[in-house]
Design a protein around this ligand. Structure first.
Ligand code: G6P
Length: 638
């Protein structure tokens, strides 16, 4: 994926493009580039370099050319290493056509080979450069820009959001969208185009979401959108009121640590907001005392909640299965939530990795509900999975932290989390807010299905708030020890094993992922019962084994045995245990002791210390925790 921002209008574009690029940094930070048709020379003026924030800031000080049409690009490398040459924009041989691209052009190697045969000279190793050279040949062969675009879309496979600028038509942006997102902002004698409207949210709230498989010819006072057959489309302008808030680190060293500390409030805000959803839809039929008690209001007003989710109360009562589809950290939250839906609401639940989902057999079942879980709401794998489910006319709910996202727009209903903007690439507060959201939803469903009563529903919510509180207090009590003693010691190891069972096994997966993401230390995670089936061969004094305990006595005892199996092989155990679990605490070399919580909420209670521990390891190793190498916050390629 990558971020694209473009402008055509009666004002200079340069500063807007640079500001927009900084706002789209979450889509990739490998390189940045800018091109405009220079007002003075009437020729393309282009600057691009590897790197991101510093480069964009440097460019905004040093680049002097400016024009009333221009575009910028922030890259997350897929084809071609991270360097200046592979940065966008790319050009045709005569440098009269510039293109920026988000997505992956599949099978570009063949097109590239035949263009080279025709005499085209390529500068980069990207798939994107093919789009520049190919379009130049098609413009020569076709009478109009539109027919060249249609011919182009017939030749290009894969996912692409493309913007072309032609030196010969310095009044037009040619915007093409297949699968990758693209939005147009309508201004007064000016138009904005970007991968995400946040890039220009301070300029206009009048938005056109470019439909999939369509292209737009954008001038400063007109937008004409066509499908890939060349038919003019009538696309409505939406009014969007979200704005881009500049989020700063306040007094924290990194966003990651700030966001770790924000978790308690993120969870509480999200749950309190969910409790108001019913009344947002309708409170007319409630008596005054109920209106004052959000919990009662919404337990009794569940109907409104189901309406918001695009389902009926009957559907919830007769639901036969729930399917959770997600990627990365969201997938770990989904795997934790499987226990909630099965144990509390008694609904058989399947969890799918979005990137695998589309290639598996899918059985149409009208008593089945799909929940697409995505912090960003833009992950291409999850979005494509959603489209597949929608095409089979099955019920879909989106749970995201970004209400304006593509996944929200395309699902039948949605629950918007209120975690607030998460800037650090490694998910922290959105992970625990997802777990809390799904716990809340499972309880609401259980109530609707008559599995729990109102008192139990209230206890469930209290338990959530207790777990959120423990997340924060345990972090506070262990902070110094981790910073001064444990992180400096453990950052010296180059591999770790993570173990747990039951609901904390997916949490252990998340812990291992977090360590890999931010510290680049190799981590392998297993269900503890599998240790004896192979991974135990890896255990020695050089490989710390992190064990996350659970609050089920039977499973806990098995974990204690696993800890002893490690110790007897000269292994080194770091235990995350609950108060009173002396057997595990005594067996461990290092133990974090966490107050007891509702057993299903152990992952929330343990999150604070786990995240703080890996964050401190990253600091010890001088890694950039907010922007780890090779990663991006929003992954819009498959
Ligand atoms: C990227 C991010 C991860 C995230 C995953 C899924 O890989 O770096 O932190 O978990 O995408 O993102 P989503 O927005 O769908 O939750």
């Amino acid at each position: 994926m990558c971020g694209i921002v473009a402008y055509v209008g009666d004002k200079p574009c340069r500063q807007h493009i640079f500001d927009g690029l900084l706002r789209l940094e979450y889509r990739g930070y490998d390189s940045a580039g800018f091109v405009c048709v220079d007002n003075k020379s009437k020729r393309f003026c282009c600057h691009k370099e590897a790197g991101m924030v510093d480069i964009v800031k440097k460019m905004s000080e040093t680049v002097t050319c400016d024009g009333s049409i221009g575009m910028g690009h922030t890259r997350w490398a897929t084809h071609g290493i991270v360097n200046q040459v592979n940065a966008h924009p790319h050009f045709n041989c005569s440098r009269t056509i510039a293109v920026v691209h988000n997505g992956i052009i599949e099978g570009f190697e063949k097109i590239r080979a035949s263009l080279i045969k025709e005499g085209h000279e390529f500068c980069s190793s990207t798939d994107s450069e093919v789009a520049a050279h190919l379009f130049s040949t098609l413009l020569e062969k076709n009478k109009s820009i539109s027919s060249a675009v249609i011919a182009l879309t017939q030749k290009l496979d894969g996912a692409y959001a493309l913007i072309y600028m032609l030196e010969s038509h310095p009044d037009k942006l040619i915007v093409i969208r297949r699968k990758s997102p693209m939005v147009i902002g309508v201004g007064n004698n000016e138009m904005f185009v970007a991968s995400d409207f946040l890039a220009f949210s301070d300029k206009t709230n009048q938005i056109i979401f470019v439909p999939d498989d369509s292209f737009a010819i954008v001038t400063k006072d007109n937008v004409a959108i066509y499908d890939f057959q060349g038919n003019l489309l009538n696309v409505k302008i939406d009014t969007i009121n979200a704005t881009y808030a500049t989020v700063d680190k306040q007094n924290f060293e990194h966003f990651m640590i700030k966001e770790i500390y924000e978790q308690k409030h993120a969870i509480m805000r999200t749950i309190n907001f969910f409790n108001t959803i019913g009344s947002m839809v309708s409170t007319d039929n409630l008596n005054e005392s109920n209106k004052k008690n959000p919990l009662i209001t919404h337990a009794e007003n569940n109907l409104s909640l189901w309406r918001q989710l695009g389902v009926t109360a009957d559907q919830i009562s007769t639901l036969k299965t729930i399917n959770l589809v997600a990627a990365g950290t969201s997938w770990h939250a989904a795997r934790i939530a499987q226990f909630f839906f099965e144990m509390i609401a008694k609904i058989p639940t399947h969890v799918y990795l979005a990137s695998e989902f589309r290639y598996m057999p899918l059985f149409v079942n009208k008593d089945s509900l799909f929940i697409m879980l995505s912090q960003s709401g833009e992950t291409a794998d999850t979005l494509e999975a959603l489209r597949l489910v929608n095409s089979l006319d099955m019920q879909t709910i989106a749970i995201t932290n970004v209400p304006s996202s593509s996944i929200v727009r395309e699902a039948s209903g949605f629950l918007p989390m209120q975690a607030g903007p998460e800037i650090s690439v490694a998910a922290t507060k959105t992970f625990t807010s997802q777990v809390a959201s799904l716990y809340w939803l499972a309880n609401r469903m259980a109530y609707e299905r008559g599995m729990i009563n109102l008192d139990q529903l209230k206890i469930a919510q209290d338990d959530l708030f207790i777990a959120a509180e423990i997340l924060e207090t345990t972090l506070e009590t262990n902070k110094l020890r981790i910073t001064q003693e444990l992180a400096p010691y453990y950052a010296k190891f180059d591999k770790f094993i993570f173990l747990s069972r039951h609901i904390n096994y997916p949490f252990a997966l998340e812990a291992a992922l977090k360590l890999k993401e931010v510290s680049y230390i190799f981590a392998q995670c297993y269900p503890a019962g599998e240790l004896k089936h192979g991974p135990i061969a890896l255990v020695d004094e050089h490989t710390p084994v992190v064990i996350f305990s659970v609050l089920d006595e039977l499973i806990y005892n098995k974990l204690v045995s696993n800890a002893h199996e490690v110790k007897t092989r000269r292994g080194h155990v770091i235990a995350f245990a609950f108060e009173g679990q002396t057997e595990l605490i005594d067996a461990a070399d290092v133990a974090f002791i966490i107050p007891r919580v509702n057993p299903l909420l152990a992952p929330i209670a343990m999150s604070g210390i786990m995240q703080f521990f890996v964050y401190q390891m990253a600091r010890e190793l001088d890694r950039p925790p907010d922007k780890p190498r090779n990663l991006a916050k929003s992954v819009t390629v498959e």
